[in-house]
Design a protein around this ligand. Structure first.
Ligand SMILES: [Zn+2]
Length: 88
């Protein structure tokens, strides 16, 4: 759990009342996923998938090599309840 990152996620979304999706309103990658710049203690500033940062901020650290996808099939959704880690 990371409150600072949680706030950053929450300030970049609009909640869809029907689907309960958290629709990302920040930058979007060429592949259609949200993206966000974060500060990393080791690597400095880097760009991550918004769904990955949401997963890290609200659920748990991401196992190396795992990818985060939405079970609601909305690539812009970052609701932690809709995110699933596909373990490597
Ligand atoms: Zn969703």
């Amino acid at each position: 759990m990371n409150e600072r990152l949680q706030q950053k996620i929450l300030s970049n979304i609009v909640k869809d009342e029907n689907s309960e999706c958290w629709i990302w309103k920040g930058q979007v990658s060429n592949s259609g996923y949200g993206k966000i710049k974060i500060k990393d203690e080791v690597y400095g500033t880097k760009t991550e998938g918004a769904q990955e940062v949401s997963y890290m901020a609200f659920i748990e650290p991401i196992t190396q090599g795992a990818i985060i996808r939405q079970n609601c099939n909305n690539r812009l959704c970052v609701n932690p309840e809709h995110l699933i880690a596909h373990k490597a």
